[in-house]
Design a protein around this ligand. Sequence first.
Ligand SMILES: *Cc1c(COP(=O)(O)O)cnc(C)c1O
Length: 245
Amino acid sequence: MEKQSSELEQKLRDVEYNYKTIEENICEAALKSGRKREDIIFLAATKTVAPDVINHAIACGLRYIGENRVQELLSKYDEYDLARCDLQFIGHLQSNKVRQIIDKVSLIQSVDSVKLANEVARQAKLHNKIQDILIEVNIGNEESKSGVDAEKLEELLYNASQIEGIKVRGLMTIPPICEEKPEICKYFENMHRLFIDISGKKIDNISMDYLSMGMSDDYREAIMCGANMVRVGSALFGKRFYKEC
Ligand SMILES: *Cc1c(COP(=O)(O)O)cnc(C)c1O
């Protein structure tokens, strides 16, 4: 028992240290890209992380968390300190699971089809809410990834703009894994260009408030390329250990 509790204490100290470091890095990247710290949202990707540890990060100042599996979100839901923190959904979402999270999340970052948008809207209406969403873009055109291809984005946005019950608030992406920073920056820049182009089109019911991109290894670069929301997991919580399921 004693060993366990001191391990947890060490873990919490690490999270606190990491939190401060990431905050400083975000602040620096924000300033370097001509913005203020408050202009950037630091969302923690909390998959596999125990609620105790997440709540410690919230006590340190964290204000946004994102889960990417429905089952995991539900199993942890009652334990999150949501009085001080906003819960979002950032993972691949199947239409038949939307109803399980619709009343629990402020933003669904991963809508990539009309079918999913319609189901989110349908469930939102049942709960008398308008669900904020981001459209996930497959900026690297990867076969294996979810997200809409860049060429199909505009069509999806026009369709989404007609759907009552949802509000598109911006774009999200997970770029291909890149060995080199300049390579990943190219994807971030392409996303930023789409974000700006679409803002300029002033489509009804579509606002480009959030550009969600950048993870532990590249959130600084993403901010430099225009991201205003980063999703950081392992740099805050340490390496993930997946349980077989
Ligand atoms: C896990 C995850 C992240 C964070 O990944 P890290 O590399 O650990 O920072 C960001 N976005 C999504 C959608 C994720 O699932």
